[in-house]
Write a protein that binds this ligand. Structure first.
Ligand code: NAD
Length: 291
């Protein structure tokens, strides 16, 4: 397939490499990141998009996605698919899909989970929104870049699924870290807490697969000084998107709100920027009830 790929950063770079390695003809463009081996460097986003059957965007936020979409849609061949894999607000995803349809194109929003490791290994999970036909056309690309793709519904539903999932993740990680810090103060051994919780009703992915306590459970960023993994900064981005969406539809999300405030403090006022999101545990360890 002839593919345009715009946004060749930490995630987009390895995703484009995997598509090229699978035999697709990939033309890439990024304002700053270098074009990886196997991907043909285009002079502009419009040039990368010209003549492609699918144009993939992997960009930092909704405002940049809107600007890039306005540039590439007129350059794309009628009937081509704009596949956006960035994590952006639901409204931008829906507006960009609408703009694509108005330009005679198809659109699929498919944010990912799995991080840079998953992008490199080709094991991402895609949460997709868009038409059945659009989903079917990009499904072979999901198979190259990932191990699972869920068609969640219409345009924007992929983004909705992603921010709901990550709101749960942020809340459960904070709860897990609180519990381990409380256990420390109660004199309860961390391994014992893990052995109980990971096989009991308190279990979750945060405990079982990504335990924030070093040396406990499967290997996780806690075992390498909380080097990400999934950076606290990116968790904050996703939590903010969840609260923006909750406000737009008048949804009551008190724990999502509290998690957003905690990660904002951690990233912007404390030492959380650049750390894995599970570094909430050492943060709680240092504190008493008065903060
Ligand atoms: P990144 O900052 O490494 O990459 C984004 C790239 O977009 C950069 O290289 C930047 O130069 C480029 N860019 C910005 N504006 C551009 C423009 N107008 N034209 C062309 N290129 C432009 O970010 P990333 O970690 O690759 O994340 C990309 C997206 O994936 C984000 O939406 C992020 O939230 C999401 N995501 C990231 C992770 C992760 O672990 N890094 C996990 C899941 C989802």
């Amino acid at each position: 397939m002839k593919i345009g790929f715009i946004g060749l950063g930490n995630m987009g770079g390895p995703m484009a490499v995997n598509l090229a390695a699978a035999g697709h003809e990939v033309a890439g463009f990024d304002l700053a990141a270098p074009c990886p081996a196997g991907v043909a460097a285009a002079e502009s986003a419009a040039e990368a998009a010209r003549g492609a059957e699918v144009v993939i965007t992997m960009l930092p936020n909704g405002a940049i996605l809107r600007a890039v979409a306005a540039e590439i849609h007129p350059a794309m061949v009628p009937g081509a698919v704009h596949l956006d894999c960035s994590t952006v607000d639901v409204e931008s995803a829906r507006d960009v899909a609408e703009a694509a349809r108005a330009a005679g194109l198809d659109a699929v929003d498919a944010p990912v989970s799995g991080g840079v490791g998953g992008a490199t290994a080709g094991t991402l999970t895609f949460m997709a929104g868009g038409s059945e036909a659009g989903f079917a056309r990009v499904a072979p690309l999901f198979e190259v870049m990932g191990q699972k793709a869920v068609h969640c519904g219409a345009s924007g539903d992929g983004q909705a699924a992603k921010i709901c999932n990550n709101m749960i993740l942020g809340i459960t990680m904070i709860g897990t870290c609180e519990a381990f810090a409380l256990a420390d103060k109660l004199g309860l051994d961390r391994q014992s807490l893990f052995d109980v919780v990971s096989t009991s009703s308190g279990s979750s992915w945060s405990v079982n697969a990504y335990c924030p306590a070093p040396g406990v459970g499967p290997t996780s960023p806690a075992d390498s000084g909380y080097r990400p993994g999934f950076a606290a900064d990116l968790m904050l981005k996703d939590l903010r998107l969840s609260q923006q969406a909750a406000e737009a539809v008048d949804a009551d999300t008190p724990l999502g709100h509290a998690a957003t405030e905690l990660y904002a403090r951690f990233v912007e006022e404390e030492d959380g920027s650049g750390m894995d999101f599970s570094a909430m545990l050492p943060r709680f360890e240092k504190r008493g009830r008065d903060g």
